[in-house]
Design a protein around this ligand. Sequence first.
Ligand code: ZN
Length: 259
Amino acid sequence: MNGEGGYDRRDGTHPLRRPRDYRPDGQRRRRWSRPERAYRLTYRRRPFATILSTIGAVLTTSLIAVATSRVGSIYTDSTYNSSGWAVCSTPISWTTDMHNLPPEIASKVRPQVAQAFAAWGQAAGYTFVDGGEAPVAFDNAKSTVTPVADINRNIAIYFVPDADSDRITKTVVGFASPNLVYPGSKEIVGGYMAMSADYIASVNAARQYALILHEMGHALGLADSTDPGNVMYGQVDTRAGLANGDIEGLKAIEKVCQE
Ligand SMILES: [Zn+2]
């Protein structure tokens, strides 16, 4: 899937090989590209007035094209094409909303998030800074995670109870994506990660870390990889080390800082 559709599996099924458009009860699943577009048109319109809203179209096309037109884990099939964060002296911040995690879990997850950012950052020269706790607004109907405060060059991380999200299912435990992209330079300036709070609270540290590392790759602009050796492989297991495919993918999309 594209970043937005980080279909990160609990089970062994491939995300492209089961009918995702239907719920187990036979009800047709909501398609989430339409409201995302409306959301994009209003989000941060003042400081980012020049950012166009393209995510809605991206979601639709990516879901269709994901299996056929991807090279490594770089988007090649949508307006995300080669979008990436700029390498600037000013670090990219990350913030968490962990209020749905038990405190003892949250205290263990935070250093894992920091470790994962260090790993990705080392791979491509990014620096990240912990921006602390920052509440987000989670909209299930739109499947969006939005920081309550406007934070420049930030990745917002949210842990969502399974019961609160139609996107989180027995097999899907996370989704993440850039959500602010300059269409001209393809520079990503905002992203989010949403992970199942129930999953995080119920699995061991290795699985927690693997999911965090994988969703982070989506927020950084990478798509799912078809290579099981990559962290960006769509079925999250316990992959703890970035593979060459992950690293080369991130290097390939990094942008020169315009500051
Ligand atoms: Zn994924």
